[in-house]
Design a binder for this molecule. Sequence first.
Ligand SMILES: [Zn+2]
Ligand SMILES: [Zn+2]
Length: 320
Amino acid sequence: MAESGATANRRDPVVRSSKLAARDSNTTDLHTHSNVSDGLLSPAELVGEAARRGVMTLALTDHDTVGGLDAAATEAARLGVDFIPGIEFSTDVGPYEVHILGYELDWHQPDLLRALAELEAERMTRIERIVERLAKLDMPVSFQRVVELAGPGTVGRPHVARAMIEAGYVESVQDAFNRYLASGRPAFVPRESLVPERAIELIRLARGVPVLAHPLTTGDIEAMIQRLLPSGLLGLEVYYGEYDAATHEHLRAIADRFGLIPTGGSDYHGEGFKPGRDLGRAPVPPESVTRLREAAARLRAREDAGSPRSDETATRARLA
Ligand SMILES: [Zn+2]
Ligand SMILES: [Zn+2]
C-alpha cells in the first residue's frame, strides 16, 4: 500500500462506503470467525464485509488461534474499522461446551504463542491417531490430504470426514461422524481437554479480558461463573445473536449481579452458516466496548506496576 490514504479512498469503493457507513451507524460485533479457524472468509475479507455492513467496531475471535489478527488489524486500519483483537478457546466441562472469549489481547505475547503452538501440536497428534485407527479399520486416508483439506484453517475431524468422503468410505460428513468419528465410534480419539481455567489463564497472560461465551451451552450458568471468577473471568456474553430479547435481559441481570462486563456478537462464520449468526446483527451496546477497553487498560496498568495477580474479587469490583 504505497498510496496515501486519501488517494486510495477515492478509488476503493469499500473504503469509500465504509467511511459513509461510519457516519451513519456504528454497529458493533465482538464475536466473529475467519477461515484461519472455521469461518469462510479470510481475515481481510471479513473486515471488508463488516465495513460494507456498517459494522465499524469489530472483534475477530478465531478458535484457539491468533493467526488471523495481523491481517485483520491491517485491513481494519485501512478501512477505518475500530478493531479489537480476540480469540475464542473451546473447552469441555462434562457434557457442556464452555467457550472462553479473550479481548484486547497482546497477541504477540511469547507465552501465549508457545501455549497455542502446544495446543496445535496436540490437535495434530490427535488427527494422526484418528488416521491410524482408520487404517486399522481398512479405510486408509492420507494425513497429508487431511491437512490440505483444512486449508489455512485449523485441522479437525470434519477434514478427516471429507477425506473419507473422497475415498468413498462414507456418504457425508454426518455419516462419517455417526459411523466412525463421533465419541464412542471406532475411530474416535478423545482430545486432551483444555479446562476453562487454563483458557482464562492464557488470556490473562496476554493481558486480555476473559469472557464466558454463549452461556446457554455451559449448563448451570451461575455455577459456572462462580467456578471461573477466581481464575479472573471478567465478562459474560449477553448479547449473543442467536438469543432472543428476553434471554439478553436475563443474562444481563446475571452479568450485573456478578459485576461482569456484558459483551455480545453474532458468532459469524460466513453466509448461511446458522440462523441468527448474521454479521453485525447482535444488538451490542457501545458500553460493552468501553468497559472491555477500560478493563484491559486497568489490567495493563496493574501489571506494569508489578502488583500481584491475586485478589481477583477486589479487581473485579474495581473494574465493574
Ligand atoms: Zn463458541
Ligand atoms: Zn464462536
